[in-house]
Ligand binder design. Structure first.
Ligand code: FES
Length: 359
């Protein structure tokens, strides 16, 4: 993939809920290949607001066969870009967009094509892309979606989900769980956790699924993962993506604190390779992350969340050793192959070589 940003005009903005918009980009013919995407991938957006450069990563909610490139942005308290996108952005404005990335994709199982998805809030965004793609490309597949929202008005893609349910009547089961509005039986009211999932046992055949996709807050993901594992699903077939991490702020605070004593202790010689060019700098073991230090040294490296979630800063450790503060994005196999999140990485060897060119 390319780490370059491209300026794309906005073709359509749709209010999905009072505090969530979907944004469709107009991708010119000459960039169609660059912006070809897989279901469940995300886009990193770069934009200047009040003189400050903001980078954010948002999941694509369209599916590859739909030939549109659409993301959804939910307004978060104090969120600079999400507030701007919901309140100010208009059709024909432009945004700087990095080509799609991410490995939260569909895993097709031809022997047992029964899949489960559990999402909360804007976690529905990559999930709806995966569901549409799977139902479209695997005609004998079945999907069950358990989707948590605050109330009916907060259900993102409400109409689209209803249309999908009508279109794939025998193949898509949709279960809405509302945490702040009780309109049905108790089992459909509350938060998605192990107790709630256990309560759904009578209507959801958890033992049947060959794969599960989870997207939402950390708490929900780990509760669902534990529940599904206990109910017999192989952890290797439970795929998840976080969109917020309670630990993210702490991780940043820790990094900031460690910057103060960055000159103490051992120093590592870091070499970075990107686009066939290498550059080097020295970094204390207890200093800022390798990504932050490289950016400070003038490198134009890819990143978005800086919280170990989006995977935009992924690179391969070719030699030396590092330790990561957190990792919410890399699969075990990727870590085993030497991939690291540079926004979370600190050197633990005299020399470290990080390669952004290996995919
Ligand atoms: S920038 Fe998002 S995981 Fe590193």
């Amino acid at each position: 993939m390319s780490f370059q940003f491209y300026t794309l005009p906005i073709q359509k903005i749709k209010k999905e809920t009072p505090d969530c918009v979907s944004i469709t980009f107009n991708v010119p013919e000459n960039l169609k290949n660059v912006f070809a995407f897989k279901e469940g991938q995300n886009l990193t957006i770069k934009h200047r607001i009040n003189g400050e450069e903001i980078r954010r990563s948002y999941s694509i909610c369209s599916a590859p066969h739909e030939s549109t490139l659409t993301i959804a942005v939910k307004k978060v308290d104090g969120g600079l870009f999400s507030t701007f996108a919901n309140d100010m952005l208009t059709v024909n404005d432009t945004l700087d967009v990095m080509p799609p990335s991410g490995k939260f994709n569909a895993h097709i199982n031809n022997t047992n094509p029964h899949y489960l998805a559990i999402a909360a809030g804007s976690g529905i965004t990559p999930i709806i892309s995966i569901i549409k793609h799977t139902l479209h490309t695997q005609p004998n597949s079945h999907f069950t979606l358990i989707y948590g929202s605050k109330n009916r008005n907060a259900i993102i893609f409400f109409d689209e989900l209803e249309n999908l349910k009508n279109k794939f009547m025998q193949r898509l089961t949709l279960i809405n769980i509302l945490s702040q509005e009780k309109i049905d039986a108790d089992v459909f009211y509350g938060r998605i956790n192990d107790v709630k999932l256990n309560g759904l046992h009578k209507i959801v055949p958890f033992q049947l699924f060959s794969a599960a996709y989870l997207c939402g807050p950390e708490e929900m993901i780990f509760a669902a993962k534990d529940f599904l594992t206990t109910n017999g699903l192989d952890p290797a077939h439970i795929h998840f993506e976080l969109f917020t991490t309670p630990g993210q702020f702490a991780a940043k605070e820790k990094t900031t604190a460690s910057n103060d004593d960055a000159s103490n202790g051992p120093i590592s010689h870091i070499t970075i390779k990107l686009d066939d060019r290498t550059f080097s700098f020295d970094l204390a073991y207890n200093g800022p992350s390798i990504l932050d230090a490289a950016l400070k040294n003038g490198a134009d490296l890819p990143y978005a969340c800086k919280g170990g979630v989006c995977c935009t800063c992924r690179a391969k450790l070719q030699s030396g050793t590092i330790k990561m503060d957190v990792n919410y994005a890399l699969e075990k196999e990727e870590v085993d192959q030497g991939f690291v999140l540079t926004c979370q990485s600190h050197p633990t060897a005299e020399a470290v070589f990080i390669d952004f060119d290996v995919k």
